[in-house]
Design a protein around this ligand. Structure first.
Ligand code: GLN
Ligand code: ZN
Length: 760
């Protein structure tokens, strides 16, 4: 039984690449050293995969920043603004051009902005968006992919399989930088370059070449489908002696199935973790002699594969196609998994036995192959682990399940206009009330406190005393500059999800479960392994402490259920919707506790609600319904006089505005400053009835906006929406900012609100 892998994490088991890149950027190590670190990681990865007995092992999946950016350089898609850098950097320092494209370039009088970065489909990995012009030309710009292959081949021989972003997905991942053309039309010019690359790889000895075409699992226009047909027909007719494999993932092929199976390629990879139900249709349409690669081990989660379940799918495929036409594989690149579970020495051994990281997933792929070839012992061991998880009291809490099952629709007692009236009387806020999104600067000092507490160098008491002092200072300062609704500053929180996860049951935290988010940035998501409950109050102590320091209203600050879900590894033994509802009930109870403690305004952040949107349009309404309902559960049961806020970062609300309205938060704050309030049009068209705080300044840079600038934004907002519904606040939390710019910017913001009260 042939096995393969589609891609392996490249950050290094100890995040060596992160550290080396950051040192290189800071000028602390040279290129030779950076390359040495990269080479070590690559070789280790290849050895690991070889050792795991994988037959087709990816190469060219390593990247110093992002594989889409690598592809742009390979194809010579370099936006014209980088030309000066190109002539600045010597040929052997091409990596500086590469990093300039990823991160911007400020040196020797040059100041060039970075390329845009966005989410890789529905993952938390971010890629660098290719930029195309109408007269875009392509050429083989560098030799990287060829040296990578030659290098891999020395170690792996015929097993080395170069990976490329496929031509159609590459175009679709990008953006037109000029009006008047559709980037998909560039396929004519692009295909000959792919032909050249593939032929050269073939001449170097490559047997298989993997082309990633995730867009085959997305909604495609007629033109885009035709581009697929055209590209692969052209490529197939002009390359020789290589086997082409097209990899799809993250959703089912659905209406693109006939297209995908009819491409003139040797093998097609499908994601049977996300979409096991597609197997029947795919098999029914698979023509002779197309080989099917079954994505059967979850590349995006941390759970041990259920062999019995997987074998049903494999058997079905083998029955139809025969063993020779089936390959076993992870569902997608393992880039999205943490690297090695063996390093997690502090985990509860029972729970650890239910988990698998990238390295363990490779073994699963091999073992599944061995079981198909007759090894029954492996199956028995797996069954035991799966059963232990199914039956464990650590996972299953009947009262939690009963409570979720009993949820009916959740809503506030009265409709918004009634609540608004009552809340206006209660809080008596001025027009254009000012507030912030929650966090104040997490200074080195604050982080150090937490580190010292962990190391035992501070007692809990000493730690809390220092946090109390930071909170008091922030409150005094907010009062002094005249903010209307205060926050406590979130100094006690490491992270808006981790802080809650650590206090909820059903969550665990790994020591080294890092996953690349972008470039050198890695995240370590919590793992939701069991039914979620809230043994104790989580935020009441700090909110109550803060509220007692002032006569002004103090917002309670919570993270919403969808955001907690979205930024965690989620259990795969029940629908995401059920897990979300469990979290929603826990947050609901916290809301109740805050209200009982006298907190009159409570913000429930749902920063990630948009991120959870399914890739396929047809699946979105279902998701939005349960996501919105989860939010409503958190806010239900509070008095009319309690004001519920929510906050969302990544905006772009056009297609989901009715669902945002259905959340029925009394106040929503959103990120709008960089779009010059454009994002408010969706709210205006919809006649959004509730109150809204469009961000008036960008918190992503230290730049301090002037009062005038913010007043202009406010009057733009007031042109679009009823002025009496508007709040004044920054785009998002201020934890990544420093105090000096925060002080200046918020002082200007309060002045802008005062001007607005007079002028608008
Ligand atoms: N309350 C959070 C903060 O201010 C919200 C952050 C976010 O939306 N990402 O930090
Ligand atoms: Zn935000």
């Amino acid at each position: 039984m042939l096995t393969q892998n589609l891609g392996y994490p490249r950050i290094g088991g100890q995040r060596q690449l992160k550290k080396a890149s950051e040192q290189y950027w800071a000028g602390k190590i040279d290129l030779t050293e950076l390359n040495r670190v990269a080479q070590t990681i690559k070789e280790e990865n290849w050895q690991t995969q070889l050792g795991a007995g994988i037959d087709l092992i990816p190469c060219n999946d390593f990247s110093f920043y992002d594989q889409t950016l690598d592809t742009s350089l390979l194809l010579g898609v370099i936006p014209p603004r980088y030309r000066p850098v190109l002539s600045e950097v010597a040929h052997n320092q091409e990596i500086d051009l590469y990093f300039a494209m990823a991160r911007g370039y400020q040196k020797d009088g040059l100041d060039i902005t970075a390329m845009e970065m966005t989410k890789w489909l529905d993952t938390n990995y971010h890629y660098i968006v290719p930029e195309f012009t109408a007269d875009q030309e392509f050429r083989i710009f560098n030799e990287h992919v060829f040296t990578e292959y030659t290098n891999a081949r020395q170690l792996l021989g015929q097993k080395a399989k170069p990976v490329l972003v496929g031509p159609v997905s590459y175009l679709l991942l990008g953006k037109e930088k000029q009006e008047g053309f559709d980037r998909i039309e560039l396929i004519n010019k692009l295909v000959p370059i792919y032909v050249e690359i593939i032929n050269r790889l073939g001449q170097l000895g490559a047997e298989w070449i993997q082309l990633d075409e995730p867009y085959l699992a997305l909604d495609l226009s007629k033109k885009e489908k035709e581009a697929f047909e055209f590209a692969y027909r052209q490529i197939a007719s002009q390359v020789s002696d290589v086997k082409l494999m097209v990899a799809t993932y993250f959703d089912a092929l659905l209406d693109n199935t006939a297209l995908a199976v009819s491409l003139p390629i040797m093998a097609l990879h499908v994601d049977l973790v996300r979409a096991p139900e597609q197997l029947d249709e795919v098999l029914a349409l698979t023509p002779d002699p197309l080989i099917l690669s079954l994505g059967i081990v979850d590349g995006r989660n941390v759970w041990k594969n259920d062999y019995e379940k997987s074998l049903k799918l494999i058997d079905k495929a083998v029955e139809k196609l025969g063993k020779n036409r089936v390959i076993i594989s992870p569902s997608c690149s393992l880039l999205h998994s943490p690297i090695d579970l063996d390093g997690e020495t502090a985990l509860d051994p029972e729970i650890k036995n239910w988990m698998a990281f990238a390295k363990q997933k490779l073994n699963e792929v091999r073992e599944l192959g061995q079981i198909v070839d007759g090894n029954q012992t492996l199956l028995e061991a797996n069954k035991k682990a799966i059963q232990s998880r199914h039956a464990s009291h650590k996972v299953h809490k009947q009262p939690v399940k009963d409570r979720v099952a009993a949820i009916t629709d959740a809503q506030r007692t009265s409709a918004f206009p009634v609540r608004q009236q009552i809340q206006r009387e209660r809080f008596n806020l001025p027009a254009f009330p000012t507030t912030t999104i929650g966090s104040f600067p997490q200074t080195d000092e604050i982080r150090q406190l937490r580190a010292n507490l962990k190391k035992g160098e501070l007692t809990v008491e000493q730690y809390e005393q220092s946090i109390e002092q930071a909170t008091i200072d922030a409150i005094r300062w907010q009062e002094a500059i005249g903010i209307d609704v205060l926050v406590h500053g979130e100094f006690e929180r490491n992270d808006m999800v981790e802080y809650f996860g650590e206090q909820l049951e059903g969550f665990l935290f790994t020591k080294n479960g890092w996953v690349q988010s972008y470039g050198s940035r890695c995240v370590k998501p919590p793992v939701i392994f069991g039914d979620v409950s809230r043994p104790n109050d989580m935020t009441v102590r700090w909110s109550q402490f803060a509220a007692a320091q002032t006569d002004k209203p103090m917002k309670g600050m919570l993270t919403g259920p969808v955001t907690i879900l979205q930024w965690s590894f989620v259990r795969d033994d029940q629908p995401r919707e059920v897990t979300t509802n469990q979290i929603a009930l826990a947050i609901h109870d916290e809301v109740q506790a805050l209200e009982a403690a006298g907190i009159g305004i409570i913000q429930i952040d749902e920063a990630a609600i948009r991120e959870g949107l399914p890739l396929r349009k047809a699946k979105r309404p279902y998701y939005l319904n349960w996501a919105v309902k989860a939010f409503r559960i958190t806010a239900s049961g509070v008095d009319d006089q309690t004001q519920i806020h929510t906050h969302m970062c990544y905006s772009e609300f056009n297609d989901i505005i009715e669902h945002i309205a259905a959340m029925d938060a009394d106040v929503i704050t959103i990120e709008t400053s960089r779009s010059q309030m454009e994002l408010l049009h969706a709210f205006a068209h919809f006649d959004y009835p509730n109150e809204i705080g469009p961000g008036v300044y960008d918190i992503h840079s230290p730049r301090v906006p002037s009062t005038e600038e913010m007043t202009t934004l406010l009057s733009k907002a007031a042109d679009l929406l009823p002025a009496h519904n508007l709040w004044v606040n920054p785009d998002c939390g201020l934890k990544t900012r420093k105090w000096p710019e925060t002080r200046e910017a918020l002082t200007n913001m309060v002045a802008a609100a005062k001007l607005a009260r007079e002028q608008i």
